[in-house]
Design a protein around this ligand. Structure first.
Ligand SMILES: N[C@@H](CCC(=O)N[C@@H](CS)C(=O)NCC(=O)O)C(=O)O
Length: 255
């Protein structure tokens, strides 16, 4: 029998992408919450053995043998490729290529750095990043076999601290997000979904991206006068049952 175990966090945008893919596919799954806010459980050695980068989400797919998948964009493509459940992939090859492009565009928006840059409390979010650096360095000493992984984790959080206050870096991220959004807006012209009249994996990832941009206060990008197609699409996506089931939550962590 097939089963799915997702290591995730309710408020993590990467986790939301996978939860929404699982719900839209109509698959039953179980989850284990990894506390990336207070306890920094993503840095526990047992978890690093599953996900060497020390990030969520991770999906364990059990089907006689166990397959461990990391990286949300990779996981959602895997989920969509399964024969069981609802179809989330287009039939046509040119539609498939367009879907891949839309997924890449959404995945390339660095929502993490925008989230750190726009967190309501710079102090509290800095505390989280500092806790990650401290724990990574401590674990690197205590677990020499995982030292190189822990050093990468420490560097990632250090980089986040630097880039989130780097105005020109944030402007570059915002500019590429805006280009992606402009592309999605054109795609929605006369279409119910990003690829036409059928819901696909591109809609999964874009729904989560729009929801995070909404939380981050990019209201001009979700405004019906600026991007009318996208604004009404976002409203429609929020009304899907999967949006609630997958807990696509517009909430800040540790305000
Ligand atoms: N490209 C990866 C990024 C994963 C990622 O950065 N996850 C965040 C949560 S959304 C995380 O685990 N952060 C904890 C940390 O950086 O220590 C994916 O999409 O899965």
């Amino acid at each position: 029998m097939t089963s799915f175990m997702l290591y995730h966090h309710p408020l993590s945008v990467c986790s939301m992408k996978v939860r929404l893919a699982l719900e839209e596919k109509g698959l039953a799954w179980s989850g284990r919450v990894i506390d990336i806010v207070q306890k920094q459980e993503q840095l526990e050695p047992w978890y690093l053995k599953l996900n060497p980068k020390g990030v969520i989400p991770t999906l364990e797919f059990r089907n006689g043998t166990t397959k461990v998948l990391t990286d949300s964009a990779h996981i959602i493509r895997f989920v969509a490729s399964l024969s069981e459940g609802n179809a989330l992939l287009p039939q046509d090859e040119s539609d498939h290529q367009l879907m891949e492009r839309l997924i890449d565009l959404a995945d390339d928006i660095d929502l993490q750095i925008l989230s750190y840059a726009r967190h309501p409390s710079m102090e509290k979010s800095e505390k989280i990043l500092n806790a990650r650096v401290t724990k990574s360095l401590l674990m690197a000493e205590q677990h020499p076999e995982l030292r190189s992984n822990y050093l990468v984790c420490a560097e990632r959080s250090e980089n986040s601290k630097t880039f989130r206050v780097d105005k020109s870096h944030i402007e570059d991220v915002e500019q590429s997000a805006l280009e992606a959004i402009t592309f999605a807006e054109k795609q929605l012209q006369n279409n119910s979904f990003l690829l036409g009249e059928t819901y696909t994996l591109a809609d999964v990832i874009w729904t989560v991206v729009l929801s995070r941009l909404d939380l981050l206060g990019y209201s001009a990008w979700l405004d019906k006068h600026t991007f009318p197609q996208l604004a009404s699409y976002y409203l429609r996506m929020q009304h899907r049952k999967s949006y609630t089931l997958a807990q696509i939550q517009n909430e800040w962590w540790d305000k």
